[in-house]
Design a protein around this ligand. Structure first.
Ligand code: PEP
Ligand code: MG
Length: 590
């Protein structure tokens, strides 16, 4: 049986990408069905096995109906129909009769019988050229995973831990951003993967969903089974299989300390973000889903510095419609105050694979058809998004930002498309902000080096450090083999950022940072020293950044950054940063 009470504790080390601690029964998420044991049964066990199947089908039916209800409450009607199809597949009598026949005639466990029959259906559907039918294989697999899981859990004695919560921990070899977006946020407490890196979009999403996550574990041991208890420590990048009583006690203490820090930080809510000598910095939050808006205002963000919009394109085609996007952008515009929301146009590509390209991959997706390149090649689709953004600007302060700019022409063409979209709306008498501000993301070295030209075209810059590090140092941001070379404190990166901020200011525009380095507390003194105007961070990091900024003096940081700029290695810069951070806000560095 799967009871874990007596199994030995195993500790695995990886990279913590989203802070927090959680534990619970584990589920494996993979592209394929988990194969159950191929076990034989006695003839007298047939009836009991059939009974287990009936119970598992009933449990699955209830779960699907619950999910359907939850989702229609969230008004996400696009998904509701999928569950109707899942219910039909669950009750398909051809499949079920065949499963019973395998169990009765070959004397196989019902788990194996179910798995082998369904797997055959899935494999034959996958061979069909018609994409619609191939898609159905995914649905059948989804339903089958649930049934197999319910079969696995039927008959497991309650060891008091399994029922701690209905939610679970996900372990996987890898999760793509679209896998992550598909996770049921109410049920998944945390996840860990064998590969991955801190700036992959999967990691970014974990932070925005506010669930603890660890990546780059390299290998999850085979002895770990579905249903075992697993603890995720997102602070220290640790995953503990079958934690002992004393480990759980230690972690309860850490969770208490973390809560104490959060309570003390909540005193900063409602305060302006400024250095000790009064230099104001705008502190905004990054989001990917409107569901995060409540948390963003709870954490007292002054605005949204980056609204990533790829997720409308990763799930299903209905979400790409102007009406669907507008509905979401409007919610964001209405929910954010004075500093408003910066909506970034589609930045699909790289590790957020465009679904249409999955069967036709590019050799170097990070150097390929990504971001603004794709939008400019598909002006019709691009304008749907621009119209949705413009329409939302009638309901609150909205800015639009173009990603992945590498040439001046791209920025000019993107602005031309914006003008066409504006004219269409004028012709239709639809309201929007005529003076909507336009920004460019600076995340490619060529953009840094022509920043003076770009600055003349826009109202602001936002530096995407996740990509700027990747493209400046030629280190793939999602490849854990070269993770040690991915260095946000590399002197070349610091120089690129310095040049961008100075070019912005020379041209009278403001400059923010929206990459993950914005929330790295060891780098905060650099941002203050360089005079960065805005930092956009994950909502969970926000108050920590406000406290860090309040503990610094801008004139001291300005002088100090000169010293930083003279250093030749990332290690030396990191050491100097750590020293400054430890001197200024030791309580924040857990
Ligand atoms: C970045 O590159 O830093 C950024 C904010 O954009 P993304 O992570 O979505 O590429
Ligand atoms: Mg980027």
């Amino acid at each position: 049986m799967n009871s874990t009470a007596k199994k030995a504790e195993i500790r695995l080390e990886g990279i913590g990408v989203s802070p927090g601690i959680c534990w619970g029964p584990v589920e494996f998420l993979g592209k394929t069905l988990e194969e159950p044991e191929n076990s034989d049964i006695e003839r007298r066990e047939i009836e009991a096995e059939k009974g287990r199947l009936s119970l598992a089908l009933l449990a699955t039916r209830d779960q699907i109906i619950d999910l359907q209800a939850e989702i229609s409450e969230e008004e996400d009607d696009n998904h509701v129909g999928i569950f109707d199809a899942h219910l039909l597949l669950l009750e398909d009598s051809t499949v079920l009769n065949e499963v019973l026949r395998v169990c009765e005639t070959q004397l196989k466990s019902i788990d194996w019988a179910y798995y082998s029959v369904v797997k055959r259906y899935i494999d034959s559907l996958r061979k069909i050229a018609d994409p619609y039918l191939r898609e159905r294989a995914v649905d059948i697999e989804d339903v089958a995973k649930r049934v197999l899981k319910n079969l696995r859990w039927s008959g497991i004695e309650d060891d008091g831990m399994r029922l701690q919560s209905e939610t679970s921990i996900i372990l996987a070899h890898n999760l793509t951003p679209s896998d992550t977006v598909g996770l049921n946020r109410n049920r998944v407490k945390g996840f860990a993967t064998e590969i991955g890196s801190a700036t992959s979009h999967t990691a970014i999403m974990a932070r925005s969903l506010n669930i603890p996550a660890v990546v780059a574990l390299h290998q999850i041991p085979d002895v770990c089974n579905a249903g075992d208890i697993v603890l995720i420590d997102g602070y220290h990048g640790r995953v503990i299989l079958n934690p002992s009583e004393s480990t759980l006690k230690d972690y309860e203490q850490l969770a208490i300390r973390d809560e104490e820090l959060s309570n003390s930080l909540s005193e900063l809510k409602g305060q302006v973000t400024a250095t000790a000598d009064g230099k104001v910095v705008t502190l905004s939050a990054n989001i990917e889903f409107v569901e995060e808006l409540a948390n963003v205002s709870e954490q007292d963000a002054e605005g949204i510095g980056l609204y990533r919009t790829e997720f409308f394109y990763l799930q299903n085609k209905e979400q790409r419609s102007e009406a669907f996007q507008f509905g979401n952008y409007r919610k964001a515009a209405e929910a954010t105050g004075e500093h408003g929301v910066i909506i970034r146009t589609l930045d699909i590509g790289g590790d957020k694979l465009f679904p249409e390209l999955v069967d036709n991959p590019e050799p170097n997706p990070f150097l390929g058809w990504r971001g603004i390149r794709l939008s400019l090649d598909r002006p019709g689709e691009f304008r749907i998004q621009l119209r949705a953004i413009l329409r939302a600007s009638a309901f609150g302060k909205v800015r639009v930002m173009f990603p992945f700019i590498s040439t001046l022409e791209e920025l000019q063409e993107a602005k031309e498309q914006l003008e066409i979209a504006k004219q269409e709306l004028r012709d239709e008498s639809v309201e929007f902000d005529e003076n909507i501000e336009v920004g460019a993301m600076i995340e490619i070295p060529s953009a840094v080096l022509i920043a003076d030209h770009l600055a003349k075209e826009v109202d602001f810059f936002s530096i995407g450090t996740n990509d700027l590090v990747q493209y400046t140092t030629a280190v793939d941001r999602v490849n854990d083999r070269v993770a040690a070379l991915y260095q946000p404190t590399h002197p070349a990166v610091v120089a690129m950022i310095r040049e961008t901020v100075e070019a912005a200011h020379r041209n009278g525009i403001w400059c923010g940072i929206c990459g993950e380095a914005a929330s790295d507390l060891q780098m905060t003194p650099i941002w203050v020293g360089l005079g960065v105007d805005e930092l956009s961070v994950g909502a969970a990091q926000l108050l920590r950044s406000r406290r860090a900024i309040a503990s610094l003096d801008s004139s001291i940081c300005r002088e100090w950054v000169e010293e930083v700029s003279r250093l030749g290695t990332a290690g030396e810069i990191s050491a100097l940063c750590r020293e400054m951070a430890e001197k200024s806000y030791p309580e924040l560095l857990l």
